[in-house]
Design a protein around this ligand. Sequence first.
Ligand SMILES: Nc1ncnc2c1ncn2[C@@H]1O[C@H](COP(=O)(O)OP(=O)(O)OP(=O)(O)O)[C@@H](O)[C@H]1O
Ligand SMILES: [Mg+2]
Length: 212
Amino acid sequence: MGVLTITSRKGGCGKTMLATVLAASLADGGADVALLDADPNGSAHRWTTSTYTGRTIPSYAEADAERLAELLPSLTERHTILIVDTAGFGNQAAMVAATGAGLVLVPVTPGEGDLVEAQRTVAYVEGLARSTRRAIPARVIANRIRRTTTLSRHVLAEIDKLDLPRLQAVLSEAVAYGEIGFSGALPKEGGGRGGDRCAGDGDARGGVVASG
Ligand SMILES: Nc1ncnc2c1ncn2[C@@H]1O[C@H](COP(=O)(O)OP(=O)(O)OP(=O)(O)O)[C@@H](O)[C@H]1O
Ligand SMILES: [Mg+2]
């Protein structure tokens, strides 16, 4: 019913991490959620099918734009929430996934180049929305944030200065997010110490869903 596409022109900004954590978190809460991996590297699909240890998440992989355009509507009918991970812009599959989305999330990590790419991604989605004459809301979500650092504070201020629509929830820099790739289990909220803690600056998992 609802398609949530996670995309950015920037590589390594946390698209797959966010897609998998969100899917697992929603499944954990009993939601009918599925994951569609539109990145040819297939890492999100591999995680949900081979590594993840929680409640089953139906998982699909399709990186070919034409086949994705066929598949997307049927999966949208089949599942209440469909989370789509993408390889970023410059590829047609990401464009198809953004065009079919009810909400697009754009992770942005601290850095000047990252902000520029996030801005371009949001502008691109706005262009797609205008071309297709349908609303495709796009929201930036700050990732790898450490509130104590000037860089993190700066990036949040810049997002607002650029007038980019952003979720108030942010994703903390946390070793636990990296570890899920190996452990297959969701990071514990507020668990760990210091850099291991996740979602410490607001509940990123609940926040994304609530703000979406
Ligand atoms: N908040 C975070 N805290 C710690 N590590 C993170 C966080 N977000 C992402 N990472 C790590 O950064 C790396 C890149 O993240 P990820 O693979 O999700 O990015 P991506 O946008 O999907 O990259 P690509 O464009 O290559 O698909 C991964 O090793 C991931 O575990
Ligand atoms: Mg990825």
